[in-house]
Design a protein around this ligand. Structure first.
Ligand SMILES: Cc1cc2nc3c(=O)[nH]c(=O)nc-3n(C[C@H](O)[C@H](O)[C@H](O)COP(=O)(O)O)c2cc1C
Length: 311
């Protein structure tokens, strides 16, 4: 995923910079793209509260300073990391200026996760920075907490701290991969897998597995009665692609063929079988009993190893 780190320390070889470097190293090793902005060495003014970005030109800041370099990267970022020395129990002023300027894009388009790195002289001085992180980033921007990491006094630059940060960076997983669960579809000797999507219907199905359904081949699908089940009507789509798996309105269906004639139907797709798996389904006998189960382990929602808790 794309990660943007805003480093709010003015000291290029300081304690915060060491935390940032270790976290970045781990994340890059794990295959993520990381962009670090040293905001103290950039020309980033405070927000003018002119409301140009809301009233006149949506998502566009009227101030053409170095924040213009940050905006496009932020809009492509899946995760933001705030890194700062603690100044008077809060984030550094330079970082706060950059944060306030996020007012222009509002909700950066892809942003889903956040982490906080703090360096201080004394322990237990994090209340101010934590308040901003908790309320403005986790709650206001609806981001998932990937951990808060702090270092006070002698802990700064300690090998154990830097190793912990490296491990946390390396443990970050792509938002989508993290939550993918595979649906196992078994009929006779055939067993295939289809990654479930993020729809409410898919989530609901996961809660109801394992299940056994049976049905007949209509020529385009195996249609099986499956009572109850929750789904969001708005998540239905027009037509299907051969290999789609659908659940809604009392039916479970393996839509193995007929995509060209499917435009007239609204379907609730929860998963998709690749061509090879779909060919196996297509070759099944006219009458089938299908066992549905979830591939283990399902790791959705588990925090990465080494992530600090927000206390
Ligand atoms: C202006 C200023 C204010 C500071 N305020 C605090 C503070 O409130 N509490 C604290 O524990 N340390 C405070 N410190 C110390 C720094 O947070 C600490 O030295 C930190 O490790 C510096 O990180 P750096 O090396 O990235 O600059 C302050 C330092 C400065 C320069």
């Amino acid at each position: 995923m794309n990660i943007v780190i805003l480093n709010g320390s003015p000291r290029p070889h300081g304690n915060t910079a060491a935390m940032v470097a270790a976290y970045q190293e781990g994340a890059v090793q794990a295959g993520h793209q990381v962009t670090v902005f040293d905001v103290c060495r950039m020309r980033i003014a405070g927000c003018l509260a002119c409301e140009h970005c809301h009233a006149k030109d949506p998502r566009t800041c009227v101030q053409k300073d170095d924040m213009q370099q940050v905006y496009p990267v932020l809009d492509e970022a899946d995760m933001i990391v705030l890194a700062s020395p603690v100044y008077y129990h809060g984030l550094s002023g330079q970082l706060k200026c950059a944060i306030d300027r996020i007012y222009a894009p509002g909700y950066p388009r892809r942003l889903r996760k956040a982490a906080l790195l703090l360096s201080s002289g004394s322990p237990n001085v994090y209340g101010g920075a934590l308040y901003t992180y908790q309320h403005s980033f986790l709650e206001w921007l609806h981001l998932e907490d990937m951990g808060v990491f702090v270092a006070a006094g002698d802990e700064n630059k300690a090998p154990e701290l830097l190793e912990r940060l490296r491990a946390a960076g390396a443990a970050l997983a792509d938002p989508d991969e993290r939550n993918v669960a595979n649906l196992i579809i078994r009929a006779g000797d055939v067993e295939v897998r289809a990654p479930l999507n993020q729809t409410q219907a898919a989530r609901d199905l996961m809660n109801r597995l394992p299940l056994t359904v049976s049905g007949t081949d209509s020529g385009v699908d195996y249609c099986c009665e499956l009572k109850e089940g929750a789904f969001d009507e708005a998540e239905k789509q027009q037509g299907w692609i051969d290999g789609d798996v659908s659940v809604a309105d009392g039916w479970f269906a393996l839509l193995h063929s007929g995509q060209d004639q499917s435009r007239g139907y609204r379907v609730m797709v929860v998963a998709h079988l690749d061509d090879e798996a779909n060919a196996q389904i297509r070759a099944l006998p006219p009458q089938v009993t299908i066992e549905l189960s979830l591939e283990e382990p399902y790791v959705g929602g588990v925090a990465p190893a080494g992530a600090g808790a927000l206390a």
